[in-house]
Design a protein around this ligand. Structure first.
Ligand SMILES: [Zn+2]
Length: 341
């Protein structure tokens, strides 16, 4: 298996975010990617640089206006007297049908829906290479690799067509799925990050060519709060093509693996041609978010179950924050996945 990674993804180095209203150190640090890369290479994966496929692979998912915003907002923001070093929102529309403001401050409120997506000079560049990493992994699978691991960073599953949130700017899993759809008819995205994959859900909510399944800590008391409930099943053509499996805070291996079985039943019922795995490692018992209590061995079992599906697959890195176990958790997942195949 190959690990796709570009050092360009390390330039994005966010400093702050708001945690329960308080300024805090941003946990989505470049060191995460370095630790994950070391673990992937120690597992025997071969490193490959992504190619630049141009902005078209991104505009298959995101609006032109949003891409323009991400590329220009930091420069425009920097011209405002007394503005913060990193772009952060302080005003939001009641509804996004309210009209599109001309002002930089207004546009930040329109496109960034929470306090965890600071934008600095390098953010677009790194997010773009993160998307290229996912696109490259998908193209590898299209040209015959059975499985490919995209070490994508910043992560993507909270970002939708024109919204950034939850440390995510561009939706890498959706980019991978769109690439796979150039050859395959039906794709299943299965999201094992501890947080609900609300961006991915939103992107494909009204479509029947992509099944989205997410297992996550119950949003009743956990980010992203507004989405991730079991009654969100898709709408229109997409009705029945979204499945959410919210689990209680603190869920451990045994109950998680039961939920995964039910998620995989939904996947096999859908009969997809290929799989995208949104691989968050933040359900681990030592992850700073403390949403669940999955063990390192548990990630091996999750990987094994997913590997058994036996479909061509792109594994896309999502969350998983700095702890001593981060690298071991990835290694355990990848070894389990390969054993399951
Ligand atoms: Zn997460």
């Amino acid at each position: 298996m190959k690990v796709i990674f570009s050092v360009e993804q390390l330039a994005h180095d966010p400093k702050g975010f708001l945690s329960s209203g308080a300024p805090a150190e941003n946990p989505e640090q470049p060191a995460r990617a370095q630790r994950l890369l070391t673990a992937a290479l120690e597992c025997g994966l071969q490193q490959e640089e992504p190619q630049d496929y141009g902005d078209g692979v991104i505009s298959s998912v995101h609006t032109a206006r949003y891409m323009q915003f991400l590329q220009t907002i930091h420069t425009r923001w920097s011209r405002i007297d007394g503005a913060s070093a990193e772009v952060l929102p302080n005003v939001h529309p009641i509804s996004r049908q309210d009209g599109y403001p001309k002002s930089a401050v207004g546009q930040v409120g329109y496109h960034v829906y929470d306090g965890s997506c600071p934008i600095a000079a390098e953010t677009w560049h790194s997010a773009r290479w993160s998307a290229m990493t996912a696109a490259h992994a998908a193209k590898r699978v299209l040209s015959g690799d059975n499985t490919c691991y995209a070490l994508a960073r910043p992560p993507g599953h909270h970002a939708s067509q024109d919204l950034a949130g939850g440390f995510c700017y561009l939706n890498n899993c959706a980019v991978a799925a769109e690439q796979l759809l150039t050859k395959y008819q039906r794709i299943a995205v299965i999201d094992v990050d501890v947080h609900h994959g609300n961006g991915t859900q939103r992107i494909f909510y009204e479509r029947s060519d992509v099944l989205t399944v997410s297992i996550h800590a119950d949003p009743v008391r956990f980010y992203p709060f507004f989405w991730g409930y079991a009654d969100e099943v898709g709408s229109g053509e997409g009705e029945g093509c979204n499945k959410n499996l919210p689990l209680p805070r603190g869920t451990g291996d045994v109950d998680y693996l039961k939920a995964l079985e039910s998620a995989l039943d939904a996947v096999s019922g859908y009969a997809p041609d290929a799989l995208v795995v949104a691989l968050g490692l933040d359900a681990h018992e030592a992850d700073p978010f403390r949403g669940m209590a999955i063990t390192t061995a548990g990630f091996g079992k999750i990987g094994e179950q997913l590997g058994r599906v036996g479909l061509p697959a792109v594994i896309v890195q999502e969350g998983g924050y700095l702890s001593d176990a981060l690298g071991r958790n990835l290694a355990s997942f990848l070894q389990g996945y390969q054993a399951g195949q």
